[in-house]
Design a protein around this ligand. Structure first.
Ligand SMILES: [Zn+2]
Length: 285
């Protein structure tokens, strides 16, 4: 099947591969989840077959950052879609009990074995793991309070999530903010399409505009964060607004204003200021 654009699954994985966890515990949790479901054990040398180059690169980085050793990366030659085999010896296992680590583990699980339906067509996200990893996977999902259903399929334990709310939440937990924006957008458009009274056109245009603006704000904040290494140099009000936008990438100004307990125009002004700052620093096109 040929596609003009990458699937939503690929899009999310590319976004997730670009996020390196800040805390060492989370790096270990993410890598550990990847290794467990792909190699069935983290003893000695493990060999991981990964679908995409950005994921292979992320795994190499995680392995190095957690005291492991990377022995080699090989590109598969036979497939139409290239795969990469990374051979590594993981570092010592760290303590990964925090909620931060549960989110990192979810990211690892999804990178390794996750699939999500196109948001315009169905609300379905699933992660298929080897039977031996069923209990560990269930425990990650339970800690995050994600309501999954379980079934067995072709020798794998498949965990799946249904419903737009649960999927948005899981994407948010993984830190896939861009994916949340796209998912929410497609979902609302889909709901509107199903709506009998068709005021849809102007509303879709408004929504598109709102989400495009929100997306630009999230990008601006991320770039500022990356550029400055932190948002510490900003005023407390701007910093709080930046963090709020990251935590609620698709929320309306009204909602953000409610969270911050300031007026809508104050929030609009601060977001505007953040965008301007990112532009002044040449961080946005
Ligand atoms: Zn952690």
């Amino acid at each position: 099947m040929r596609r003009d654009r990458p699937s939503f699954t690929d899009e999310i994985k590319a976004e997730l591969a670009g996020l390196q966890p800040a805390k060492p515990c989370c790096k270990d949790a993410e890598l550990d989840a990847l290794i467990r479901v792909l190699a069935a054990s983290r003893n000695g040398r493990v060999r991981l077959r990964l679908p995409r180059n950005p994921i292979a690169r992320a795994v190499v980085q995680l392995a190095r950052d957690t005291g492991g050793q990377v022995h080699g990366v090989r590109k598969g030659t036979t497939e139409r879609r290239p795969s990469y085999t990374v051979e590594l010896s993981p570092g010592p296992a760290a303590r990964t009990e925090g909620m931060c680590c549960a989110r990192a583990a979810l990211r690892g699980l999804f990178l390794a074995r996750g699939v999500i339906a196109e948001p315009g067509s169905a609300y379905h996200l699933e992660i298929a793991v080897p039977p031996a990893e069923q209990a560990a996977t269930a425990s990650v999902l339970d800690r995050l309070r994600l309501p999954t259903t379980r079934l067995q399929r072709r020798g794998r334990a498949v965990f799946y999530l249904k419903g737009a709310e649960a999927i948005t939440r899981s994407l948010g937990l993984m830190g896939a903010n861009r994916a949340v924006v796209r998912f929410e957008h497609d979902r609302i458009v889909r709901d509107m399409r199903g709506n009998a009274n068709r005021r849809a056109n102007s509303e879709t245009a408004n929504l598109d505009k709102r989400l495009r603006v929100a997306y630009a704000q999230v990008e601006a904040v991320r770039k500022l964060q990356h550029h400055e290494r932190s948002l510490q140099s900003l005023s407390p009000a701007l910093r709080a607004t930046a963090e709020l936008r990251l935590a609620h990438p698709h929320a309306s100004l009204q909602t953000l204003a409610g969270h911050a307990q300031v007026s809508k125009s104050a929030i609009a002004h601060r977001l505007h200021r953040l965008l301007a700052l990112a532009r002044e620093n040449g961080l946005l096109d």
